[in-house]
Ligand binder design. Structure first.
Ligand code: IMP
Ligand code: MG
Length: 186
């Protein structure tokens, strides 16, 4: 298989780089250290929202120097569109009892806030001791529902971004950096 730059996914001219790999790595380490300080002595469970948060999650847990449990949930996504349907559906649920646990929801990006506010309510109803959110990216301009995000990697402008787990129609999750996808077909 050839890997000429003409066909490179990593040098796609439609993607305008926003944060490089080193910048993301440094910031995720800082978040991990902050979480480590905040959760000493707690029964911490990190819940990854699939699929987008899988890359952030795997870097974040390795920056947390505490005993942690991990869980995965999947919610309905935008499908092939870049606009939120506003509807949240659980496609795969966590199978661990969250009673008295300190839950940290790990999300790729907060956009309208609909997904996270739904998930926070859901985990609170399961009698978690606490429910907090770590999001790698935040687009506050687009918020429809207020969410308290305890740990934010980067605040970004109102643009559609891909890479570091974030996709457009299932593509670009593997980019080691994050960039703005231009010429979006909506
Ligand atoms: P919310 O419920 O509108 O906050 O949507 C959050 C979800 O929408 C995220 O978990 C992403 O899957 C997706 N999303 C929102 N903005 C973007 C983006 O700029 N790029 C890729 N996915 C996005
Ligand atoms: Mg997502």
């Amino acid at each position: 298989m050839s890997n000429s730059s003409q066909h490179s996914e990593f040098n796609n001219p439609k993607i305008k780089p926003l944060f490089d790999q080193q910048t993301i790595e440094k910031r995720v380490k800082e978040l991990g250290q902050q979480i480590t300080r905040d959760y000493v002595g707690h029964d911490l469970v990190l819940i990854c929202v699939l699929k987008g948060a899988c890359i952030f999650m795997s870097d974040l847990i390795r920056a947390i120097d505490l005993p942690v449990a991990i869980e995965f949930i999947a919610v309905s996504s935008y499908g092939a569109s870049s606009k939120s349907s506003g509807e949240v559906r659980i496609m795969k649920d966590s199978d661990m009892s969250l009673k008295n646990k300190d839950v940290l929801i790990v999300e790729d990006i907060v956009d309208t806030g609909l997904t996270l506010s739904y998930l926070q309510d859901m985990f609170r109803r399961r009698e978690a001791n606490s429910v907090a959110v770590a999001a790698c990216f935040d687009k506050p301009e687009r918020r429809l529902k207020a969410v308290d995000v305890a740990y934010t990697g980067f605040v970004i402008p109102n643009a559609f971004v891909v890479g570091y787990g974030l996709d457009y129609a299932g593509r670009y999750r593997n980019l080691p950096f994050v960039g703005i996808l231009e010429d979006l077909q909506e």
